[in-house]
Design a protein around this ligand. Structure first.
Ligand code: C2E
Ligand code: MG
Ligand code: MG
Length: 576
């Protein structure tokens, strides 16, 4: 109650207000309660007679103002409550020195009961509410709050941005600034219903706060314009994700006092340091981008730079097409053989995703896997890969090819989820396979994202019998303690070290070192990207267990792989 009517301006809201009266004695005609009921027939009056009751009731926040009748505790109540609630101090007859004391303690007004009538009391209280509202407004401004929305105000935004720019500059991190323009606010403001405007602004503020991280700043710049400052943002795509979340959150109509409001939002984005180094530059560039987004129609977002817009649009299109491909079964798996380094016989396969789109052509995994990871699509996609790859291995088994192990790549997003184990268990069960038939390939960066969760989750899978391989070893942090902390069976030496093995003494030294450490830690090693016989010979000489690469075969269809299996089984060393 207090929040609404005391903020809504002089006169406004007083008619239906709730009054708390600290009454000194029993009620008589012409006392304050009687006059209040006459002055505000639609209002509500609650009477208390003790200091304790008065403080308790005032603390509920259910009252718009407090009326203190003459009596002992009135001044004490004033001293404790005057800042929170507008207080009207009544005297039997006007006493100037006591009135001054009451005003000093924070009373909004003082009145003598003698000759007081309902119209005068009404005028006086309306005035007191208005004055209190203005004072609150002023004090909230001083705190950097926008009273209508409850968010940070423009001054606080400027100060925060200034500070954040300094910090981001020092830590070489990026900031994202989103200027969010909500078209409906101007229309609603035009209707003149302040209570409704405030309800809408608060509703928007709430949704903005819910769509962002706790460390981000949400502010109201004025009118229907809001700003969201994103700290330590990864880049354009991360900013575009937040913009999409905000658009989705503000897409639903907002209900205030039983009325629905469609908001109509557009967003402009600028990034520090790329799009500007100063507060004003960033604000004006994000604002101008928002203007462009609005011209294209509400419900969209735009970046300051056109090149970025094009890049993000391409990414969004890719995401849409990937979703469609997943629904229509447009993805398939190709299988790259891995062979025993010494014997050349096929020991298994790595399942690799292939996407051949009717419009886009062949899209390489390095382009669509990151999109799938960012959007969470990797979870259903990865589950499909697991089911499909195990089913394929079961078919090869049924065709008489035994002892093969299937390697499947899994992403951080999959590892951190509780249902990965369930997906694996049911895939193995449906294909009637043993956990040992499957090896999961994980990258160092995936493990680092949530290390303790990864150790726990992979530990459980390893105990079930699944093999775990560290993919692309050498390209990430390559901390040796990694090799001990995780329940690894395999290490895959990245292609970049294998490439120049025969010429580059540094790469040769790295590969030999990895092989020797792995041997001591009882880990097995696969070398990836082996393209020449010289590379293979080097690896065999230094005790590498298995190899994989174009020298043997690229990833191929299941049928082609089966042909390779037959050749391998016929006794001819496969890697000629
Ligand atoms: P990766 O797991 O390290 O896979 C090895 C990549 O190297 C594959 O690229 C493979 O085709 C390629 N390759 C193999 N031998 C050679 C060679 O001798 N020379 C050269 N130049 N390249 C070779 P691809 O299929 O484009 O996959 C790229 C990456 O995409 C994979 O790297 C993996 O990280 C990811 N990926 C592919 N399929 C999946 C999947 O089902 N799930 C997940 N999470 N990631 C996948
Ligand atoms: Mg791999
Ligand atoms: Mg790899």
């Amino acid at each position: 109650m207090q929040g609404v009517s005391s903020l809504s301006g002089e006169g406004d809201g007083a008619a239906g207000a709730s009054w708390l009266v600290l009454a000194a004695g029993s009620r008589v005609p012409g006392d304050s309660v009687d006059l209040l009921e006459q002055a505000f027939p639609a209002g509500r009056v609650h009477c208390v007679s003790s200091l304790a009751d008065c403080l308790r009731e005032a603390g509920t926040g259910a009252f718009d103002a407090l009326i203190l009748e003459p009596g002992e505790p009135a001044l004490e109540v004033l001293a404790r409550l005057a800042g929170e609630l507008p207080c009207l101090f009544l005297q039997p007859c006007y006493d100037g020195s006591e009135a001054r004391r009451a005003l000093e303690l924070g009373a909004q007004d003082c009145l003598g009961m003698e000759g007081l009538d309902a119209p005068r009391l009404r005028r006086c209280l309306e005035h007191a509410l208005g004055r209190h509202a203005r004072e609150r407004l002023a004090s909230m401004h001083a705190e950097g709050r926008d009273t209508a929305s409850g968010l940070a105000d423009r001054a606080a935004l400027n100060a925060n941005m200034d500070r954040s720019i300094g910090l981001a500059d020092r830590s070489a991190s990026m900031l994202g600034l989103l200027v969010v323009d909500v078209g409906a606010v101007d229309d609603i403001a035009g209707s003149g219903d302040l209570r409704e405007v405030q309800g809408v602004l608060r509703g928007i503020g709430r949704r903005l706060v819910e769509s962002t991280r706790r460390t981000d700043l949400v502010a109201r710049m004025g009118g229907g314009q809001f700003a969201v400052l994103l700290h330590e943002i990864d880049g354009d795509f991360a900013a575009s994700r937040v913009a999409e979340e905000i658009l989705a959150a503000l897409e639903k109509p907002l209900e205030v006092d039983g009325r629905e409001h469609w908001l109509g939002t557009s967003i402009g984005i600028a990034l520090f340091p790329r799009d500007g180094q100063r507060v004003e530059t960033l604000l004006s560039r994000a604002g101008a981008a928002g203007e462009r987004a609005r011209h294209r129609g509400r419900g969209g977002y735009a970046f300051h730079s056109e090149a970025v817009n094009a890049k993000v649009r391409k990414r969004v299109t890719l995401e849409g097409q990937l979703r469609r491909a997943m629904q229509r079964g447009g993805l398939r798996l190709a299988y790259q053989p891995k062979v025993s380094a010494e014997l050349g016989t096929i020991t298994g396969a790595e399942a690799l995703l292939r996407w051949s789109d009717p419009e886009l052509g062949d899209v390489p995994p390095v382009e669509f896997i990151p999109v799938a990871e960012e959007t969470g699509l990797i979870v259903p996609l990865g589950a499909w890969v697991i089911r499909e790859a195990t089913a394929q291995l079961a078919r090869w088994k049924a065709a008489g090819f035994h002892g093969l192990r299937m390697m499947v790549n899994v992403s951080a997003r999959q590892i951190e989820r509780d249902d990965l184990r369930e997906t694996l268990v049911s895939a193995l069960w449906e294909s009637d396979l043993d956990p040992r038939d499957l090896v999961l390939e994980v990258t160092e960066s995936a493990l680092l994202e949530n290390e303790s969760r990864a150790i726990e989750s992979l530990g459980e899978l390893a105990r079930m019998g699944l093999g775990i391989a560290l993919d692309d070893f050498g390209t990430g942090y390559s901390s040796l303690s990694f090799l001990k902390r995780f329940p690894l069976e395999w290490v895959k030496i990245d292609r970049s070290f294998v490439q120049d093995l025969a010429f580059d003494p540094d790469d040769a030294a790295i590969v030999t070192a990895i092989l020797s450490i792995a041997r001591q830690l009882d880990l097995r090693v696969i070398a990836e990207g082996v393209e020449t016989a010289a590379q293979r010979d080097f690896l065999v000489r230094h005790g590498c267990d298995e190899i994989q690469g174009f020298l043997i075969s690229p990833a191929v269809s299941p049928e082609a792989f089966e042909a390779q299996l037959r050749e391998s089984e016929s006794g001819h060393p496969f890697a000629a």
